[in-house]
Design a binder for this molecule. Sequence first.
Ligand code: ATP
Ligand code: MG
Length: 398
Amino acid sequence: MATNVILARMGEVTLKGLNRGKFEIQLKSNLKYRLRDYGKLSIFQSQSRIWVEAKEEGNPYFENDESAKELLNAVTQVFGIVSASLARKFDGDMDSVLQNASEYVAGLLAEHPEYKTFKVESKRGDKKFPLRSPEICMEVGARILEDFPSLSVNVKQPDFILQIEIREHNYVYAGKVMGHRGLPVGTSGKGMLLLSGGIDSPVAGYMMASRGMNIDAVYFHSFPYTSEQAKEKVIELARIVSRFSGRMKLHIVNFTQIQLDLYKNSPQDMLTITMRRVMLQIAEQLALKNDCKCLITGESLGQVASQTLEAIGITNEVVDMPILRPLIGMDKESTCDLSRKIGAFETSILPYEDCCTVFVAKHPKTHPKHEDIEKAEANIDIEKMVADGVNNTEVIVI
Ligand code: ATP
Ligand code: MG
């Protein structure tokens, strides 16, 4: 009897030397967590493959096409997976291979009546199987041509490639969904993402998670200058990032009083910089409390006044932790493409103000100097401000 299974391929993980086992265990555990709502599953790995199977009969995610796509998508969103296919698994000799290949193609053509050409590829992992790969391809090809007269072979540009794999069990499938690659989350420590409601910071979080990082996030909220909807939007963005990065704590700092105090006590043209310095210090304190080893922002060089080299240098000074800026060399268009790819764009462009746009100065200093910032902060008790911010934080587990 044939059943459907998911065959997922690992990427960079397989290049790891002695540590490979650790990465594989993390990847399996992340898959298990990501697929927790898809019924009882068994997940096992052999060589560079991971197999996901239903433990109980009748699991709709392995039967109905639309649900199967949803499951496949979830698998490919786990960092470390380069691609995945839904395959038909069966046992037996060449007769059974031919029979299953034919049944598989019948199903495929029902879904894609436009398919006219194909080719067959095969892998023989089980060297005891009496036929070799080229022979398997020939026989399967002949059988398909016989059973489906509307199809012909095209080795250069086929509409579909029928894959046959002979291993401990046999598999037939066509096509694959590309994964998000990267390294399994949990293999590179944890970072604190400064998450605003914009386009950039969710992408920055996604990028660092793709390098194996767990993510916590902090959002500076200035109610009522920034609305309740702005906060909901950030929570939704955190959810979107967490599809890739796993469980996340979102720290929401009540920033209103701090922002009003800065507004009152620091010169207009330095407001953005002083505000960003305070944000980073609060974020660093929260990071330390939550075992995060770095801060992450969505800054990109030259994008706005606070992202010139001088401004970045002056905001950097106030924290000891590394600040990772994965978008620093990216242009806006590439960031928007990534944002669409991870499903964040539509949420990011909802028109709710984030705090920087409400208190923004008309002519911010683009090339601030040291004496500028010293003057700007002279009348402010920054230490107290930071402590107040840290203490005025709400946590939501996503
Ligand atoms: P984004 O699209 O991510 O909002 P941006 O282009 O609007 O970025 P800025 O507003 O200057 O740029 O913010 C730069 C970075 O600072 C953001 O990417 C984010 O990491 C952080 N940041 C800005 N505002 C907030 C906020 N209210 N809460 C948390 N982080 C913030
Ligand atoms: Mg912003």
